[in-house]
Design a protein around this ligand. Structure first.
Ligand code: ADP
Length: 235
């Protein structure tokens, strides 16, 4: 489904992506991991067409996405920081996004899943961080798309909402969706990810399952296995 070939991105003199190669087949959950500043968001933005790479190619379902936009109709994106207009109400924002995308949407189901009924008429500027994140999740999941990209989806969520989020992601996986997630929560990765990509210094430093990483590092705890990958790199 996603194929990345020799992807390079520089900001001025700073090399962020340095010849990235990645293949991820349709269906399943891919976790994109790496320390702060390792290029995870830049990679996601290249996939979204928000950042133009200096070199290389990205194909989704066999078609290059560079300088194209139609493919975005079949893609949902949860941004890490949702800068919602503060004077709009939750329902006004949901309706606005619905009007922008002429696709079937299932916001009612998601509103009740996250218990947002009582917040619908509240202004976005008055919501807590966790409630804003639930609105963010509704906007990302309310359309039926084959590719779902989630940048730090667990931010600010209470434990019950986190369970709902995991169930939601699993449901999408069962439907055959491809889900890309960046997160720093390793228990989430351990529980959810089919495959891990670990970025370091602009390259893919590890690509495989969590189990394969544990085997390679001989460490049974994913968080510590990842930490050992990083410390070995800097020895
Ligand atoms: P991550 O998501 O892994 O934390 P990013 O992709 O956000 O990393 O950033 C990678 C590096 O690129 C960082 O050093 C960041 O400061 C830099 N960077 C990101 N976006 C820009 C930009 N628009 N202009 C200049 N530097 C940027």
């Amino acid at each position: 489904m996603i194929e990345i070939k020799d992807l390079h991105k520089k900001y001025g003199k700073l090399t962020v992506l340095d010849g990235l190669e990645l293949e991820f087949k349709k269906g399943g959950i891919l976790a994109i991991l790496g320390p702060n500043g390792s290029g995870k968001t830049t990679l996601i933005k290249c996939l979204l067409g928000m950042v133009i790479p200096n070199k290389g190619n990205i194909t989704i379902n066999g078609k290059s996405v560079l300088k194209k936009w139609e493919y975005r109709n079949n893609l949902n994106y949860l941004p890490q920081i949702a800068n919602f207009p503060s004077n709009l109400s939750v329902i006004e924002l949901i309706n606005m996004v619905k009007n922008l995308r002429s696709k079937q949407s299932n916001e009612q189901e998601l509103i009740s899943l996250f218990g947002l009924e009582e917040f619908l008429k509240k202004k976005l500027g008055n919501l807590s961080g966790g409630t804003k994140q639930k609105v963010n999740l509704i906007l990302a999941f309310m359309f039926d798309s084959d590719l779902i990209i989630l940048d730090e989806p667990t931010t600010g969520l209470d434990p019950i909402s986190l369970i709902h989020l995991k169930d939601l992601i699993r449901k999408e996986r069962v439907k055959g969706k491809t889900i890309l997630i960046t997160t720093h929560i390793m228990s989430f990765v351990d529980e959810m990810a089919d495959e891990i990509v670990f970025l370091l210094d602009g390259k893919i430093y590890f690509n495989g399952s969590g189990e394969a990483l544990k085997k390679q590092t001989k460490i049974d705890d994913l968080e510590r296995a990842i930490a050992s990958l990083i410390s070995k790199h800097y020895v």
